[in-house]
Ligand binder design. Structure first.
Ligand code: AKG
Ligand code: FE2
Length: 313
């Protein structure tokens, strides 16, 4: 394509300046070009003082025919003001799904100062061993039905739990007493294996038994003061697989409330023998949950190893 043809096709509608060839030199400004070519609008410049590059020359085709004869008038009347849109346009980021083993930095701010890291090992414990660990934990952990308190209202927890630690543990308005009873053997062994791979001597453990798909744990962060600001939490799952979700905490609204509508969500399916480690500021800046599921799910046991220390206050 010649440069001239390219120019013409780029400027459909005739908004572009004409090429020098299109402008015959000897026409007066108000004269209509007699031509059999595609009709082009010719503009007459009424105000002789108006600064126009083309004053005294042939008027230029500056707009499509529907603009009418008097484009200058139109331009004088029309006042364009660019205003900020009333509401900011927000998009919810697409959910992220983690399926492969690895180390995932889920920090969403570029500062790099506060890291939020997930480590995922789908087969930390091999399958045959996971089955026997599930059976032993199911039988040996003295599972308890506990209650949450939400806005002063007591609600039965949709799962059974147990806590092993020299320290009491407070969450969702409920304090679970310290429990210094001996850890079931599989828990001691897992604690040892975790110490070998992470270098961390975990000293506390929260256990959950999800009896079926209707059992769940709601959105929360494991941010109890006894675990410090940047706890490393090692979560092992046995039994049926369940979806585990994380969502980024938004900046609080002026009212102090939080609107999670546009939060980033990260989803993993935690199968039997899987290990998920949450590190860094994940508990400060993200929440997590295991939602209810509406299809058949068998029982699942999740144990989270933590380091708890007495707080100064
Ligand atoms: O069951 C799970 O995978 C998560 C349990 C949990 O978040 C907790 O015990 O704090
Ligand atoms: Fe948790």
């Amino acid at each position: 394509m010649s440069a001239e043809k390219r120019r013409k096709s780029r400027v459909q509608g005739g908004w572009a300046s004409p090429s020098p060839k299109d402008v015959p030199n000897k026409q007066k400004p108000t004269e209509k070009k007699s031509s059999n070519h595609t009709p082009q609008l010719l503009v007459s410049h009424h105000d002789e003082n108006s600064p126009s590059l083309h004053r005294g020359k042939t008027p230029l085709p500056v707009g499509p025919a529907w603009l009418g004869k008097n484009i200058d008038q139109l331009a004088a009347k029309t006042k364009f003001t660019f205003e900020e849109p009333e509401e900011e346009i927000k998009l919810k980021p697409a959910d992220l799904v983690i399926v492969k083993p690895g180390v995932y930095d889920i920090s969403t701010e570029p500062s790099g100062l506060s890291r939020h890291v997930l480590r995922y090992f789908p087969q930390f414990v091999e399958l045959s061993q996971s089955e026997s660990i599930f059976a032993a934990l199911y039988d040996e952990i003295p599972w308890k039905q506990r209650y949450d308190i939400h806005n002063g209202v007591k609600a039965i927890q949709p799962r059974l739990t147990q806590w092993y630690s020299e320290l009491p543990y407070t969450y969702s308005g409920l304090t679970v007493e310290a429990n210094t009873s001996e850890w079931p053997k599989p828990l001691k062994e897992l604690k040892q294996q975790l110490a070998e791979v992470t270098g961390i001597e975990f000293n506390s453990l929260a256990a959950n038994l999800y009896r079926d798909g209707h059992d769940s744990i709601g959105w929360h962060s494991d941010d109890e003061p006894i675990m410090g600001k940047t706890p490393t939490i090692a979560s092992l799952s046995f039994g049926d697989e369940r979806v585990f979700e994380l969502r980024k905490k938004p900046y609080p609204l002026q009212s102090g409330e939080q609107d999670y509508t546009y939060s980033q969500v990260i989803r993993l399916t935690l199968g039997s023998g899987s290990l998920l480690i949450m590190e860094g500021w994940t508990q400060t800046d993200w929440q997590h949950r295991v939602p209810k599921e509406y299809h058949d799910r068998g029982p699942r046991i999740n144990v989270t190893f933590r380091v708890a220390r007495p707080t100064l206050d």
